[in-house]
Each structure stands twice: as structure tokens, then as C-alpha cells.
Design a protein around this ligand. Sequence first.
Ligand code: BG6
Ligand code: MG
Length: 217
Amino acid sequence: MNKGFIFDLDGVIVDTAKFHYIAWKRLANEMGIDFTEEDNEQLKGVSRVRSLEILLELGGIEKTEEERQMLATKKNEWYVELIGGLTSDDILPGAEDFLEEAAGHSIKIALGSASKNAPFILKKLGIDRLFDASIDGTQVSKAKPDPEVFLKGAEAMSILPENCLVFEDAQAGIEAAKRGGMKCIGIGSNEVLNGADLTVSGMDKITVKQAIEILEN
Ligand code: BG6
Ligand code: MG
């Protein structure tokens, strides 16, 4: 069967999750909202607009649509500044080797990221060449846990959803993969992530062979 691997970007391939956190925390603190790493888990994988809504809900603050736009833009400007210096050194351990090895097994590879900054990041890391298809936040209208981003990734690779394996570090992303009828590897801690077919602490903790076995069983 033709197989596809779909990768989330932030927190799976590159360590940008910490920069999202720094930027959201700065915005939260400016508004007098206390914001912890635990709170930040809820923002992982979800769109920029939805992330801001969650943040405002946490703080019990209401903002107009116009104010929300302004706040989201401000956060993104800080975030873009923080990721400006990204290089291939910021690729998470094991990720690049895994992508290259998967391609060697004739597995199609897609990006399935909620981030509108994804094309910029892939270019900075110098790994855009490794993807057969790329779906990012500019191409979807529904945020994870909706499966739209992964279903579009499968479609772009011409692979059936049930023959796709998703790699995700966010709970919302694991749910999206499952709702899309796909297998899923959670990247992170078992204490935080639920519902994946297997959870490992990083891309260096799983082999392409193991991933194929999970997809086929
Ligand atoms: C996801 C991140 O990959 O992208 C989220 O996990 C982030 O934390 C989302 O909110 C949107 O990213 P961006 O770059 O479009 O603000
Ligand atoms: Mg992620």
C-alpha cells in the first residue's frame, strides 16, 4: 500500500514551542494574566486566533474583534523576531534523519501545521526539499482538533487517510489525527498526551521501521 507520514512542525521537527510560549507569556503578563507552561499546553497545535481566545478566557478578559486582531499581530511580531535566528541547528534530534530515511522507503511526506509561519520556518531550517506536500495555517479554515489540515495533507499526497501516520506533540493534533481516521505517534510525555497509538519523547526515539509497523497494524 502507498503510505504517507504527516508531520506537525512546531514541537515535532523544530523547537519553536518555547518561542510561542515566550511570546504568549509576554502578551499575557502585559494584560495582567498569569500564564504557566501548563496553561500553554492548551495553546499547542491550535491556531493563532484560537490561542488568543483561550488566553483571554484564562484571564477572564473580553476584547473586541479589532483589539484581538491587534493583540494577535503583536504576539506574532514578537514570535517572528524570536524565530528570526533559526538555523538547521534548531531541528529537533532525529527529525531530519527520520525524514530522509522515510523518503528512502518510498513513503510520501507531508507537513500538517497550524502555523502561518511554517513556510518561513522550513526555509530557515533548509528542509523544505524533504516534503512532497505542505499544508499550513494559511490553507485551512478550521483549527486542530478539526482534522482539516491532515485530510488536506493526505489528499495532497494522494494517500488515503487510513494509510497515513501523523506525528504530533499537541493533544489537539492527536485528536485531529484520530478524527481524520489516521494513526498517530505522540511526541512528548505520556502524562500530557492521550490517545496516540504510541507516544515517544522525541523523533530520535522512534525508527522508520517501527513507524511503518504501527501504520500497518
Ligand atoms: C502551531 C503551534 O504549530 O501553530 C501553536 O503549536 C500556534 O502554538 C499555531 O499557535 C499557529 O502558529 P502561527 O505561527 O501561525 O502563529
Ligand atoms: Mg506542534
